[in-house]
Design a protein around this ligand. Sequence first.
Ligand code: SME
Length: 148
Amino acid sequence: MELKDILGCMEGDTFREKCQSLCGCLRDLDSRYDWVGIYWVKGAELILGPWSGRQATEHKKIPISEGICGAAVREGKTIIVDDVQKDPRYLACFLETRSEIVVPIRKNGKVIGEIDIDGKEVGAYNDDDRKLLESLADFIATEWPGRW
Ligand code: SME
């Protein structure tokens, strides 16, 4: 899969609609992307925005001091966790989740949000996923209207 495939699938007119559509497109295009969500940074918290998956998560707000999601913001870089059961930072959402990738969305050097993806297999994500999702995060940052 390439960025153009994801963008080719995207629908919607507004930024919000496009982000919602992108979450669904990622799941439709690759079955390893089991749950896909976008969190936005608001103050010291991450707030869940659009998402696509079989179940809703209880983690609609995550302090930046917590979780793999928080760590990705603090470190300002993509985090791939091959086995969430072995990572003490992990905040559990779904019983079947075994691996996770979290990709910061950066605008003018500042992390404004992140793409969070959960998978059902150990080691589901690799460097190709990182590159693809980082290019998608750049696209989202470009489209960002400057406020929610
Ligand atoms: N697992 C994440 C929390 C978000 S859920 O995966 C949707 C974390 O450890 O930060």
